[in-house]
Design a binder for this molecule. Structure first.
Ligand code: CP
Length: 315
């Protein structure tokens, strides 16, 4: 089947159609089957990915590199960019043009909102946004979406609660947009007043007529929540650290919170976590971050790399 993502940049969750997302989910399942059965494939033999990371990353960097290797391709790892000419002050477009001449796609993490668009403007090779400051993280949203779909079979009719730093958390910005392509029953946004999601990210659900309700107290919504998605308060985005200190532990998911949650609910977190989830919760079968969400990152990125770099992947 042809991929509508072939040779495309992946810059924002708002570029996807419902059909795109369904195709990513289907290909992700096939990739998981390939890894389970054979460990790897040669679908992308001869292709090279540059992983250009200006900001720290464990999961996104590691899963993209593992994904490319499991697809039979190679990679140029630039993590921290300290040993590249970026350290001498080279511009982002020049760096992107340079590595685009050596490779078939660029996976970019950068601290500035819009950096992935700047990179995409600099090269005809596909650019994949691996997180642009407090902007977006579309590949994380796809893996989050896949995790929900894989568990429940559908997002339709679910009540989804996003909690924590909804102002600076790029994963929730992209996730709320993806969810708006489907029909969840309601989306609850739980945050302190200073960390509320900005109105532009609410356009997707507004257009789709999805009920979005904002709260400060998590207890208000626990009883009806099917997907509890916790996020880290992003210290690195605060200009006033006194404000950070006041809000950093606004919500901590403890065994007591899990007791108040639905027996059928799931708990997710994009990680890293810095105290938002008590370690005692990890053994709860509803906690999916370690056992499903993180591993799914590699399968989803295998699917994306294959769809972007190969016209017909026949899986
Ligand atoms: N979820 C996520 O983006 O994790 P990393 O920052 O470790 O890549």
């Amino acid at each position: 089947m042809d991929s509508s993502l072939f040779k495309k940049d992946i810059l924002t969750a708002s570029q996807f159609t419902k059909k795109d997302v369904e195709r990513v989910v289907a290909v992700t399942r096939s990739m998981r089957d390939i890894v389970d059965k054979d460990g790897s494939t040669d679908i992308l033999k001869g292709n090279i990915m540059t992983a250009l990371f200006y900001e720290p990353s464990s999961r996104t960097f590691g899963s993209f590199v593992a994904a490319m290797q499991r697809l039979g391709g190679g990679f140029i790892p630039l993590q921290g960019v300290v040993y590249s000419s970026v350290a001498k002050g080279e511009s982002l477009p020049d760096t992107v043009r340079t590595f685009a001449s050596f490779s078939d796609c660029i996976v970019l993490r950068h601290p500035q909102v819009g950096a992935a668009v700047t990179a995409a403007d600099a090269t005809a090779k596909p650019v994949i946004n691996a997180g642009d400051g407090p902007g977006e993280h579309p590949t994380q949203a796809l893996l989050d979406f896949f995790t929900i779909m894989d568990h429940f079979g559908s997002v339709d009719g679910l009540t989804i609660t996003l909690v924590g730093d909804l102002l600076n958390g790029r994963t929730v910005h992209s996730l709320i947009t993806l969810l708006s392509l489907f029909s969840p029953k309601a989306i609850h946004l739980v945050s302190p007043e200073v960390l509320k999601m900005t109105r532009d990210h609410l356009e997707g659900p507004k257009k789709s007529g999805i009920k979005v309700i904002e709260h400060e107290a998590l207890d208000d919504v626990l009883g009806e929540t099917d997907v509890l998605y916790a996020t880290r308060v992003q210290k690195e985005r605060f200009t006033d650290l006194d404000v950070y200190e006041k809000v950093k532990y606004s919500y901590i998911i403890t065994p007591d919170i899990m007791k108040k949650s639905k027996k059928t609910a799931i708990l997710m977190h994009p990680f890293p976590r810095l105290g938002e989830i008590d370690g005692a919760v990890d053994a709860d079968p509803r906690a999916l971050y370690l056992r499903a969400q993180i591993p799914n990152g590699m399968y989803v990125r295998m699917a994306l790399l294959a769809l972007v770099l190969k016209e017909d992947i026949s899986v």
